[in-house]
Design a protein around this ligand. Structure first.
Ligand code: GLU
Length: 294
């Protein structure tokens, strides 16, 4: 586990404006970094052009700035870091830990999408590259909020795609390479990504990279119990009026609303939040969207 000073990050994919769920991860990771006296970075995860929305990265950064969540270093863009991902894949290929794979989704349907060996019906012009996951790859880690999490990566996930057949770097590879390259000690993000963590740990081991600490924040649910990102409440946050949203997020993160009462300016509110934040009050389970949305 890391012994160096705390470095956290927020790493949005530019697929649309920031909504309450993404702001919970942004504010939560910022608060934990500030509480630890550490640094907080922002990385735009733009490795998936087919899913990218034009202008979304700029809008996300403008929203973070409007909320006063300023990164301590220059924002990094994954689209400018391809050489790092290429070098990592070449190391894995040279060591026999990664392999080219021609299997399509349809080929793998019989295995419930879990790749254990190649069953490709035909060769593709540009194969994917996968990480070879050995049999009995049981990975366990202690999440800072959710506790012990375990997964049999070979059975539940299979050989992990690192470079997709459409030529895009997979999120799993880019995030592992970048967290290590940026010296991230603490990954704080939404609980929808906890399932990805064991395969990221396997990849760190294969590349000889340090394993950061992980803390997965609860997901926001709407009043009907559906994931917030699928409901009307997933509307973008209002960068023109950050205080009500910050107060809402503060309470959603289990913090005492009274701490932020009577504060009328953004810098004062963030300063109070940073000093009054109590990690032990964070909620573990998913959060129903009450109090009423801002
Ligand atoms: N880019 C991912 C997302 O927006 C988050 C990645 C991460 O925090 O590890 O869902």
């Amino acid at each position: 586990m890391p012994s160096s000073p705390y470095r956290g990050r927020f790493a949005p994919s530019p697929t649309g404006p920031l909504h309450l769920g993404s702001m919970l991860a942004a504010f939560g990771s910022w608060l934990l970094a500030r509480h630890a006296g550490g640094q907080w970075l922002v990385r735009i995860e733009d490795v998936d052009p087919p899913r990218e929305v034009a202008g979304a990265a700029a809008s996300q950064l403008a929203t973070l700035a409007a909320f006063g969540l300023q990164p301590d270093e220059a924002v990094q863009y994954q689209s400018r870091r391809h050489a790092l991902y290429q070098a990592a894949i070449e190391r894995l290929l040279a060591g026999g830990t990664a392999f080219p794979c021609h299997c399509s989704r349809t080929d793998l349907a019989g295995q419930h999408g879990v790749h254990r060996h190649c069953v490709a019906g035909r060769e593709r012009p540009h194969p994917a590259i996968r990480l070879r996951v050995p049999d009995d790859s049981h990975v366990a880690f202690d999440d800072g909020l959710q506790g012990r999490f375990e997964q049999w990566v070979d059975r539940e996930v299979g050989d992990v795609v690192l470079l997709r057949a459409d030529g895009c770097w997979a999120y799993q590879l880019a995030v592992v390479v970048d967290d290590a390259d940026q010296g991230i000690t603490d990954v704080v993000r939404g609980a929808d990504l906890i399932d990805s963590t064991p395969r990221q740990i396997l990849l760190q081991r294969a590349l000889g990279l340090p394993q950061p600490r992980y803390l997965h924040l609860p997901l926001l649910l709407d009043a009907q119990g559906a994931k917030l990102s699928k409901s009307l409440a997933a509307r973008p946050v209002d960068p023109g009026d950050p205080l009500p949203t910050l107060r809402w997020l503060w309470t959603a993160l289990g913090q005492d609303a009274a701490e932020l009462e009577g504060i009328g300016t953004l810098p004062a509110l963030l300063e109070r939040a940073a000093s009054a934040f109590r990690p032990d009050r964070l909620r573990r389970g998913s959060i129903a969207a009450a109090p009423p949305l801002p």
